[in-house]
Design a protein. Structure first.
Length: 278
């Protein structure tokens, strides 16, 4: 059961979203607003499908741009929640000819008990419609935050019966005069922020500047004649092969062998020991 409270749009992507699939008469999303043209003799509206519920919900918006009366005698910008029954609706109507804001609960397109206020571009800039299970309330605000109640009415039976069957219709009409438009903004939101996606086509010689940090990994390919310097340590192992005719000398440290004679022969008796060994 989608309550109208959950319908949120600030119109900042300049594309009519899927919630407004029943829009008609040349309505567009332009300059961050829902724009509804007023062409003499033609109706136009920014409209949802018939799938919403007013019972227990609230919905507010900003009437950002109002049409001029010009030479028309019937020129209006409307903010209505409509029922499945033709001509049965509830909401606001701005009359550009009389400069009145009409708070109405229509049956067969009319409410004999409607309340009309002299329109104030400041006090009535924001409009809100809400229902609490007992009553429907019409509120206005200069800023979308501080609200003043302007009318209270016992909830019409159709509001509770038309669950998932209501539509929001932001429509405009003029019977004569110069073509202009009405603009609506900030449905159920005070936020005007937006995210825009951009793209850039780069040719082979193009460059793209960025303030972001870039990590670069580089590699060097060495040819057979290339050199590579390094501060690292190189450990080498060497070995020597001695042939049978090689000489290897060793001298004990601290020994003097200059006065020693060695005779190597077959041992015999009668060894003679001479000085200094006696």
């Amino acid at each position: 059961m989608p309550l109208l409270t959950t319908l949120v749009d600030n119109f900042n992507d300049n594309v009519i979203g899927p919630n407004w699939g029943d829009s008609y008469g040349g309505a567009t999303e332009t300059g961050g607003r829902a724009r509804v043209p007023l062409v003499a003799g033609a109706y136009a509206g920014y409209q949802t499908g018939r799938a919403w519920t007013l019972a227990g919900a609230s919905i507010y918006l900003k009437l950002a741009t109002r049409p001029a009366a010009s030479t028309g005698t019937d020129v209006s910008a409307n903010f209505l929640v409509t029922s499945p029954v033709e001509g049965t609706s509830i909401g606001f109507k701005y009359n550009a000819v009389t400069n009145k804001l009409r708070l109405q609960s229509n049956v067969d397109y009319y409410d004999a008990a409607a309340i009309e206020l002299t329109y104030s571009a400041t006090d009535h800039l924001w409009l809100r419609l809400r229902e609490d299970g007992t009553n429907v309330y019409w509120d206005t605000s200069p800023n979308g935050s501080t609200w003043t109640n302007r009318r209270t009415l016992a909830t019409p039976a159709w509001v509770a019966a038309a669950v998932d069957q209501c539509a929001l219709d932001l429509y405009a009409y003029r019977d004569a005069g110069v073509t202009d438009y009405a603009e609506y903004d900030n449905v159920n939101t005070l936020a005007d922020g937006a995210v825009y996606n951009g793209s850039a086509a780069l040719t082979a010689d193009s460059s793209l500047a960025s303030t972001g940090a870039v990590a670069v990994i580089s590699a060097a390919a060495l040819t057979a004649d290339s050199g590579l310097d390094t501060d690292g340590r190189l450990a080498a192992h060497a070995s020597a092969d001695l042939t049978g005719e090689s000489d290897l000398g060793a001298e004990p440290a601290g020994s003097d062998t200059g006065d020693i004679d060695f005779a190597v022969s077959k041992p015999t008796t009668g060894w003679v020991v001479s000085a200094p060994w006696r």
